[in-house]
Design a protein around this ligand. Structure first.
Ligand code: NAP
Length: 315
C-alpha cells in the first residue's frame, strides 16, 4: 500500500474563517484540502439576512454568502472532503489529523472549527430537541410556530434577535432571562423590550421542558431566582440562545485553550499556535468579536502565515 500523500495545507472547517483561508491558500497555488464537518458553511448558514458584511449595502442571505465563498474557494483549486476530525498528533512532522479510520498528513494546518450553540442542560431539552419543539435557530424553525406562543431563553444579542425574528410568526414571544436587564446592545434591547408581542420574563431560569411524555413541547417551566417560585409558560416552541461553545475538543490536548475552551494563540499573535505551521482562525479562537468579517480576516491572516511558513521551510 502506498503511503498517504502529505497535504500542503489542511483547513478544518467551512465557515467564514475556513473558506477565506481556502481562497487565499488556493490563490497561492497550494491546493488546499478543506475538511467539512457537521454544519457545512458554518453558523452563517443558519442566519437569514447578514446586514453588516462589508460590500453588501442591501444585506446578503447567510446561506448565499457562504455558497459564494465556497464557489470562490473551488475556483482556486480547493478540494473539499467530509471528515470529522476526532484527534490530532502535532508532536511530529508532517502533522497528523485523525478522522475515523483515516489519517490525514499535512505540512500546515488551519483550524477554523467555529463554535456550537450552548444548551441549558435542563430535563426535556435533549429529548425534545429538533423537530419536537426545542431549537437553537429561529431563522430555520420560526415559521413552524405561526400563531403559537414560543419562548426564547437568553439575554444577549442573539436572544433579542431571535425574539424579534419570531414576532413575524408567533402570537407571543416570552423572552426568559436570568437577570433583570438584557446583555444585548442597546438598540437590540430597546427593540425587543418595546415590541408588543414580546413579554420579558425577568430574573428567571429555565428548569424543565414540559411535554417529554407526549413527544412535543407543551411548556417551559421557569423559576424566579429571587422568590424561587416556579411557573410554566404555555409554549409550543423553545429557542435556546445562551451563547456558544468553541469546537476545540479534538485539538485541545495538543494546543493551548483558555478557561472557556477557546484556543489561546501564542503570545503576540491572534492565529499562531505553539506548534509551528499550525494556525487557528475564527470563532474557535475568538470570544471577543465573533463576527463573520473578523473570522474571515483571521482566515486570511492564517493563510498568509501558512504560505510564508511553507515558503521558508518546505519550498
Ligand atoms: P452572549 O452575548 O454570550 O449572551 C448569552 C446570554 O445567555 C447572556 O444574556 C447570558 O446571561 C445568558 N446565559 C448564558 N448561559 C446561560 C444559562 N446557562 N442559562 C440561562 N441564561 C444563560 O451570546 P450571544 O447573544 O450569542 O452573542 C454572542 C456575540 O455575538 C456577542 O458579541 C453579540 O454581540 C454578537 N451578536 C451580534 C448580533 C448583531 O449584532 N446583530 C447578533 C447576535 C450576536 P447573562 O447576561 O446573565 O450573562
Amino acid at each position: 500500500m502506498s503511503a498517504p500523500s502529505v497535504e500542503n495545507v489542511v483547513i478544518v472547517g467551512t465557515g467564514c474563517a475556513g473558506l477565506t483561508a481556502a481562497i487565499y491558500t488556493g490563490r497561492a497555488n497550494l491546493s488546499p484540502l478543506v475538511l467539512e464537518g457537521p454544519l457545512p458553511g458554518g453558523q452563517l448558514t443558519t442566519t437569514s439576512e447578514v446586514e453588516n458584511f462589508p460590500g453588501f449595502p442591501e444585506g446578503v442571505d447567510g446561506f448565499q454568502l457562504m455558497d459564494n465563498l465556497r464557489k470562490q474557494a473551488t475556483k482556486f483549486g480547493t478540494r473539499f472532503e467530509q471528515a470529522l476530525v476526532t484527534s490530532v498528533d502535532f508532536t511530529s512532522f508532517p502533522r497528523k489529523l485523525i478522522a475515523g479510520d483515516r489519517t490525514i498528513l499535512a505540512k500546515t494546518v488551519i483550524i477554523a472549527t467555529g463554535a456550537s450553540p450552548r444548551m441549558t442542560g435542563i430535563p426535556g431539552e435533549k429529548e425534545l430537541y429538533g423537530g419536537k419543539g426545542v431549537t437553537t435557530c429561529a431563522t430555520c424553525d420560526g415559521a413552524f410556530y405561526r400563531k403559537m406562543d414560543v419562548a426564547v431563553i437568553g439575554g444577549g444579542d442573539s436572544a433579542a434577535e431571535e425574539a424579534l425574528f419570531l414576532t413575524r410568526f408567533a402570537s407571543k414571544v416570552y423572552l426568559v432571562h436570568r437577570r433583570d436587564a438584557l446583555r444585548a446592545s442597546k438598540i437590540m434591547a430597546d427593540r425587543a423590550t418595546s415590541h408588543p408581542k414580546i413579554q420579558c420574563v425577568w430574573d428567571s431560569v429555565p428548569v424543565a421542558v414540559e411535554g417529554v411524555k407526549e413527544g412535543a413541547v407543551s411548556g417551559l417551566r421557569v423559576k424566579h431566582v429571587k422568590t424561587n417560585a416556579e411557573s410554566v409558560l404555555p409554549v409550543k416552541g423553545i429557542f435556546v440562545a445562551i451563547g456558544h461553545v468553541p469546537n476545540t475538543g479534538p485539538f485541545a490536548p495538543a494546543l493551548d485553550t483558555d478557561e472557556g475552551g477557546y484556543f489561546k494563540p501564542a503570545q503576540g499573535s491572534q492565529i499562531q499556535t505553539k506548534i509551528p505551521g499550525v494556525y487557528v482562525a475564527g470563532d474557535c479562537a475568538d470570544h471577543v468579536y465573533r463576527q463573520a468579517i473578523t473570522a474571515a480576516g483571521m482566515g486570511c491572516a492564517a493563510a498568509i502565515e501558512a504560505e510564508r511558513w511553507l515558503a521558508e521551510h518546505h519550498s
